[in-house]
Design a protein around this ligand. Structure first.
Ligand code: FPP
Length: 244
């Protein structure tokens, strides 16, 4: 079976570039081209949702030059995606904390999301200024905000607070996450060999199968994607004792 939703940690751009005697930015450029191709391949193979980790809340700590290059690449990718999403019937959404991004990037995200919202081919989520913990905290803030908005008076009553606490469950909480309406990934692929989640989709990966390959992201291709899907299929999927 082909997983419906694949999450991707696109790692190894810098090492790939270094292995070719090129600057890290060269790897990011090639990495963005790899992403375009992998989206087509994934959909062609039957995948419906792809979520990629493009820029983490930690990535701001990289050199000024690299951050600015990555932002430029994202800007270009978002702008080009209006045409690309139409050609491929692809819906694009961006997850992560938007408020820290440059105004023109926020506008590009909004235009792209609006322009592609009816496309029912591949559903692509780009994680941008994203951190799993940050998403959960923002989700909590959303819950509190909902309580404040729903209470007509200046104060939220203890009664309402108690009721909200009793009613809150996993389904209701997930409504406040960036991925609302998107099913959890069945498969996470991480390239370039690191065995970490690096703060990616902490909530959504609870039952996800992990696949790690030594291949650097710029070299990841359809054959490697098929290998990951094959490996996923060879595993016996177990959820809390029952096999699905
Ligand atoms: C990790 O490689 C990759 C990133 C931090 C950025 C991922 C970005 C892209 C694939 C291109 C831009 C994306 C879009 C959506 C346009 P690394 O730099 O950490 O590599 P290293 O571990 O070898 O140093």
């Amino acid at each position: 079976m082909v997983p419906k939703h694949i999450a991707l940690i696109m790692d190894g751009n810098g090492r790939w570039a270094k292995s070719k005697g090129k600057p890290r930015t060269f790897g990011h450029k090639k990495g963005s081209e790899t992403l375009k191709q992998i989206c087509k391949d994934a959909y062609d193979l039957g995948v419906k949702y792809v979520t990629v980790y493009a820029f983490s809340t930690e990535n701001w700590k990289r050199s000024k030059e690299e951050v600015s290059f990555l932002m430029g690449l994202l800007r270009q990718y978002l702008n080009e995606s209006i045409k690309n999403s139409e050609e491929n019937n692809m819906r694009v959404r961006v997850i992560g904390r938007r408020s820290d991004l440059d105004k023109d990037i926020i506008e590009a995200i909004e235009s792209l999301e609006e322009a592609s919202k009816e496309f029912d081919g591949l559903q692509l989520q780009i994680a941008l200024n994203y951190g799993g913990r940050d998403e959960i905290i923002r989700g909590m803030r959303g819950v509190f905000q909902h309580l404040l908005d729903n209470d007509g008076s200046d104060q939220v009553s203890k009664h309402d607070l108690k009721l909200a606490m009793q009613e809150l469950d996993e389904d209701k909480f997930s409504y406040y996450l960036d991925t609302v309406g998107i099913p959890d990934p069945e498969l996470l692929i991480r390239t370039s060999g690191e065995l970490r989640t690096s703060n990616f989709m902490l909530w959504q990966l609870a039952y996800t199968e992990f696949y790690v390959t030594d291949v650097y992201w710029p070299d990841f291709n359809r054959t490697e994607l098929k290998k990951a899907i094959d490996a996923y299929n060879r595993r016996e999927r177990r959820f809390g004792g029952t096999t699905k």
